[in-house]
Design a protein around this ligand. Sequence first.
Ligand code: PLP
Length: 442
Amino acid sequence: MDAAEFRRRGKEMVDLIADYLENIEQRPVYPDVEPGYLRSLIPEEAPEEPDTYEDVVKDIERVIMPGVTHWHSPYFYAYFPTANSFPAMLADMLSGAIGCIGFSWAASPACTELETVMMDWLGKMLKLPEDFIAGTHGQGGGVIQGTASEATLVALLAARSRAVRMILASDPQRPETGITSKLVAYSSDQAHCSVERAGMIAGVRMKKIPTEQSDKYAVQGETLRRMIQEDKAAGLIPFYFCATLGTTPSCAFDHITELGPICNAEKIWMHIDAAYAGSSFICPEFRPLLNGIEFADSFNFNPHKWLLVNFDCSTMWVRKRSDLIGAFKMDPLYLKHDHQESGRYFYTDNSLFRSLKMWFVFRMYGLKGLQDYIRKGSNEVNETLLKRINNGRKIHLVPCQLSGQFVLRFAVCARTTESRHIREAWRLITQLAEEVMQELPH
Ligand code: PLP
């Protein structure tokens, strides 16, 4: 394929993508295929002679689509979302074209530098403490990971390294293996399975902290404190706690304002995994859910879940960059360059040009656009809906204001109201809400 054909095929591909997304609702959201379905549809070996592009495109519908779970179908309600937007897809095209690998600042300065600045932009949207923002006097900053699982592991390895260093500083004769075998990490029994797996990879004990339904499945400070005391009494060394804001099963929020001071007092690294819920903290009304971040050593969430940046883009901030650099520093001769120290930012500098898609998305939506996307419905939409409901004169509601939000109150007032009236009212409200939503510009 030469540049002239690429121009043509590229435009066709953009049309194919736009058609796919515009009509995705027509496709069954979950594929009806058996394991191994694909092998029988394509040859056993790669072709000796080249296929034509037309043949390849034809096979998208024949081979691929029957086995696709359509995550962007409006009928997809599984897992957590994975983000998707046109600006991010365009940025990915450009990233593919530049095709650089930013393993050091010199390998592609824009790659390292844009990532640093995008992480600061996003950190400021979240109102992170200044310690986590690279472009300030602080010692911290952000780095993009592939997944939240990676971020949890990276934080755990950095915490392990810091714990070993701290113990050796006060007891240099102690053998390192004797230290690591005593280390103990903690997470909620509701934490994502990647936290337990991180413990397996790092070769450290990972204890699950029990949670209760009556506490909305949040880890309580008292429980963590008790486990730490018991473990210390048994000769173990507590060194890491992974808090979750928005757990996978029930979106529970651990009480980090209570847990953080315990971790700080015990010199335990507190990592916060907010893989899904983190995107919502860009809205001032949800930001209180992140209170307690000031006690954390590291924090991560996935813009590739809910902030319109396509996979992969998992953003991780640390309070002290040196904790990560110290844990993973490698300096082979082939990576040395003239700006080694001033250019160095992280443990690998940065890898792919993932920041490009953040840049495109942040600029083309703006903070307001991103907040509107999280809220999925503005005050104006709710006001329109209320007008529509009351103009119909079938049911009657009044609004109220809650933390700046225009809220529709539904109060069951009359002695004569029965369940069937409420069901009927709900049907009417949802029907009118759908009409209002469909009239909104996309
Ligand atoms: N943490 C939480 C709370 C999650 O809900 C998930 C996935 O849904 C993860 C971590 C894992 O995310 P990733 O696939 O980016 O590793």
